[in-house]
Design a protein around this ligand. Structure first.
Ligand SMILES: *[C@@H]1O[C@H](CO)[C@@H](O)[C@H](O)[C@H]1NC(C)=O
Ligand SMILES: *[C@@H]1O[C@H](CO)[C@@H](O)[C@H](O)[C@H]1NC(C)=O
Length: 372
């Protein structure tokens, strides 16, 4: 009896696993770079750590731990998509894109190293288990896909300012006035908003990951309530449909176009299976927000969100699944798009995401178009 039960479980497992692998069609991955040194723009006058403590990396650069993070994320993705991707790297299979920062470019290289270790036939140096895999990036000033939209989208800035001026935020600033003041007194620069707190949070978080002992004063505000306030700032940046549409929407639109090309069999190159976008915490956040699966928090270093296009075996319909690799120690978790089952049937997915997909992004960013 027991044997039969085990056999049944085993067969079910095989069948399910088989179907799962067979149905995957295309994957989009948005990831945050690995652990890094603090950024100059988020440094503060009274920090007990200065540039010399961040050498030889310098400001805002990957640490050795950060390099491990990126490589491990690549391996995690390899484990997740082993059967789908196969063992042989071809240039068609993947398109990798980064923002114009050293740390995101280095991270994408590390992820690629973990994701595509050379198959036997692709080893070209016995001492090196690595093959070069290209990636691309737009110059920061010309990056209209992954860079922060505050740099070039006036309608977004206008809407975000409305959120900052909202009663909810004014109330928050009042409630946390003593916390802001406390931090300000210790860091030696003005702390007047959740955004200012986020900057200091980033620095403390970076130093913590470098195993530097955090200053005594920080103990009563870090991790809480600073982690809460930092998460809230990220939430504000994606607070409503207009912000979601203008921030994460630009990439959501691209993701949908690419999935649609796969469905229509017009994808170029035809062997494309995965798109990788190496960016910052906000890239991970804003795509989740546009998909309505974001809950306020700051994604950890090397966190990644995966958007999978599947073909359902029984109906031949397409469907979308969203997974979140919150950290490297746990299995990626499934995120449920509100209004959908864990797997979201394609037409339903398109319908649900429509409010966050810009039609003419350039036009919508013109601050005169949105008349309140
Ligand atoms: C920090 O300390 C922990 C515990 O000793 C260690 O496992 C980890 O490798 C250290 N990390 C760095 C970046 O040195
Ligand atoms: C989008 O809007 C801009 C500015 O209003 C306009 O110049 C452009 O032609 C529009 N693009 C499309 C594809 O309609």
């Amino acid at each position: 009896m027991n044997t039969l039960r085990f056999l049944l479980i085993f067969v079910t497992f095989i069948a399910y696993g088989y179907q799962y692998e067979e149905t995957l069609q295309l994957v989009h991955v948005f990831l945050r770079h690995g652990s890094r040194t603090p950024e100059l723009k988020h440094s503060y006058p009274n920090d007990i750590y200065q540039l010399e403590d961040f050498q030889p990396m310098g400001w805002g650069q990957l640490t050795n731990l950060g390099k491990q993070n990126g490589y491990q994320l690549g391996k995690l993705l390899r484990g997740q998509y082993e059967n789908f991707l196969g063992n042989i790297y071809t240039s068609d299979i993947i398109q990798a894109t980064s923002t114009d920062f050293d740390r995101t470019k280095m991270t994408v290289l590390l992820v690629l190293a973990g994701l595509f270790p050379p198959s036997r036939s692709q080893v070209w140096d016995e001492g090196l288990s690595w093959i070069p895999i290209p990636y691309s990036f737009e110059k920061d000033e010309e990056d209209y896909h992954l860079r922060r939209v505050t740099a070039y989208c006036p309608a977004y800035v206008k809407e975000l300012n409305k959120v900052y001026n909202s009663l909810e935020n004014k109330q928050l600033e009042e409630d946390y006035q003593h916390v802001f003041q406390y931090i300000e007194d210790h860091v030696g620069k003005p702390i007047r908003s959740a955004d200012d707190v986020l900057g200091i949070f980033q620095t403390l978080y970076a130093e913590q990951h470098m195993n530097l002992t955090l200053p005594k004063w920080s103990e009563i505000v870090y991790p809480e309530p600073m982690t809460y306030l930092a998460g809230l700032q990220c939430h504000y940046e994606n607070y409503n449909s207009i912000l979601k549409r203008l921030f994460g929407g630009r990439m959501l639109r691209k993701v949908i176009e690419q999935m649609n090309a796969k469905i229509m069999n017009t994808i170029q190159p035809t062997g494309r299976k995965i798109y990788l976008y190496s960016g910052h915490e906000y890239n991970v956040i804003n795509i989740m927000a546009a998909l309505n699966v974001y809950t306020p928090h700051v994604p950890k270093y090397s966190a990644a969100v995966m958007i999978e296009l599947h073909k359902l075996q029984d109906t031949n319909q397409f469907a979308v699944k969203v997974l979140y690799a919150r950290d490297l120690n746990n299995e990626p978790e499934m995120l449920q798009i509100p209004g959908c089952e864990t797997i979201c049937e394609w037409n339903k997915f398109v319908e649900l995401t429509k409010p966050h997909v810009p039609v003419n992004y350039t036009k919508e960013c013109d601050s005169e178009v949105y008349l309140d």
